[in-house]
Design a protein around this ligand. Sequence first.
Ligand SMILES: [Fe+2]
Length: 258
Amino acid sequence: METAPERVASQGDITAEIVGIAAEYQRAGVEEAQPRLDYPPYRSSVLRHPRYPLQGVDPEEIERWAPCFGHQDVAPLDADLTAGHPGEPIGQRIIVTGRVLDESGRPAAGQLIEIWQANASGRYRHQRDQHPAPLDPNFTGVGRCLTGPDGTYRFLTVKPGPYPWRNHHNAWRPAHIHFSVFGTAFTQRVVTQMYFPGDPLFDLDPFFQSIVDPAARQRLIATYDHEVTQPEYATGYRWDIVLSGSCRTPTEGGADDG
Ligand SMILES: [Fe+2]
């Protein structure tokens, strides 16, 4: 028997589902501060999100073969995504800084933070990103640094553009920077995304909206900080990452291709 091809969802379909789930969440009155793994509007995850509880493993055993990172491998220039090429990348130069904290506000010092992002045109330097926006020969889009004694990190980069991602017809991701934070052990790694204030795509994006709690979503949005902005040079954004507790930064439960 032939089955009809599945119709590609429109933005209207996806938005209606997002609104419906948000209303249902509000009615339930139970706080959910982390992304839902089973979130149907995020179509490209429907068949691959985990369906069973995570398996516990012995963290000590993992430490025997997991990668480890010596601070001597991280150079100060690694935090400057505008450097390392013959010229300056195209785009709005920005400084992104903040602190990595635990639930009681204590700094997490010496943490390896890695970031990756699209260029100012919204294109990744990656084989799987072939959408027709220009690559920038002066921008690779990856950086890393270690947090200082007070938990502070700081990157110099350019503001990434929004990009299409084929989750549904005319699907666009809000501009974002991917963050990975290693704890004191490989098993503590957290991966998340930082967004920019006022992005018009927030309400339309099922990846962002899979965090159904509005206050939790807000914790992923940086604030513009004029104290961080440098005259004639770069605008500044501040974003703290909280590793535990009730104000914990929402993190991704699995692989991300958003
Ligand atoms: Fe991305």
